[in-house]
Design a protein around this ligand. Sequence first.
Ligand code: IMP
Ligand code: MG
Length: 417
Amino acid sequence: MHSDRTALVGLQFGDEGKGKYVTYFLTTERVDVDARYNGGGNAGHTIIAPNGKVLATHQVPSGIVFADVYNAMLHGMFIDPAKLKTEIEDLRAKGYDVDPSNLGISGLAHVTLGHHIELERLDEQRRGRGAIGTTFSGIGPTAEEKYGRRGIRFAEFVNPESFRRLLEAKSEELRQRGYPVENLDFHAETYAALQEFLSPFLIDEAELNRRKRNAAWLYEGAQGILLDPDFGSYPYVTSTHAGKAPRATVVGVAKAYITRVGGGPLPTRMDEQTEALIRGERGSAGAEFGATTGRPRSCGWFDIPAARYAVEIGGVDVVALTKLDVLSRVPVIKVCTHYDCDGRLLDTIPADRFELERCKPVYEEVRGWPGVDISGARILGDLPVEARDYLKMLQDALERPIEPVSVGPSAEQTIEM
Ligand code: IMP
Ligand code: MG
């Protein structure tokens, strides 16, 4: 079966610290293939390369900076060719090899072009105060075209003849729908350099699967279950599937608290003072600012109803926790055990957006371990009893093993159970 396949999936609103566990898996386990299967230019994973350098990956799987890992960008992704070229050039400038021997892009992935980003700008403007707060990476409009059966696949993008035909049709389509096509860059020549640069990376996904059938795969999820268009806090979600991993052992990654960037509800948001402590200074390691957009993240207490929901919806086998060390900054820790919605106690997230708006978190206060530096802990016994109680509380609520637990950015700063 697929015992050699592990998927890392975010259980919250993205930014759970998946990059930490990507680094951890690539450092401590055998990984032959590191695959991305969702997200696009909106994603950002902070990882630590084997040479100790910290870097952010966006569309390219993080295995690219590790030796002997083949990196695959698969069908669920929305590829922004211009940003991808820049990312590959940046990686090369930093001394990492990127070529068809260690990177392949599925012809089934869809591409995000300039007009998608322009359409997203118009869409967010139209929504006004109800804006989604997107990353302006063209994700929503690319999804609309994909599911409206008007999208362009990567295989078609890198084939100049196919692309020319699709671009002509696209231009006509947008004109008929009343979009200001004159302002959009709709010339095949603009894309020629990108096509030439990216075409060597084109792969056949079925052939890759056949060739790597017995290999060890790591699926590197982007965003998180609460941003998935099916399962997330709709409509404040992204538009690629962040919640359903390929068949694999599913490791759900959650922060020891919760953060969110962009619009939409965060029921357990902390008071301003506590939030400032947890967020940290812009630019400091692990500070809560977006890796792709630099926006400050809203911070909240661990939300058990949301996590319980995500664990069940995502078919999660184990929960890997991150940033437990950050909680050393606060004297008292709160945990949301239920939502109170119109006097009813809820165990998970309601599907009706207005009901969710009315949900009030019900908290339990637990004892913290203020000022105790736990970043050097390597086994459970190294943690203060309050921290162990906290883990036990989450484990009982989620009915899943919590392992490993991360207490710092490096792969070594990990507690194995
Ligand atoms: P979009 O994916 O750019 O359309 O943005 C939709 C929502 O998802 C916004 O709230 C974004 O802030 C959020 N989002 C998208 N990508 C990420 C990510 O990688 N981490 C955290 N939030 C994200
Ligand atoms: Mg991120």
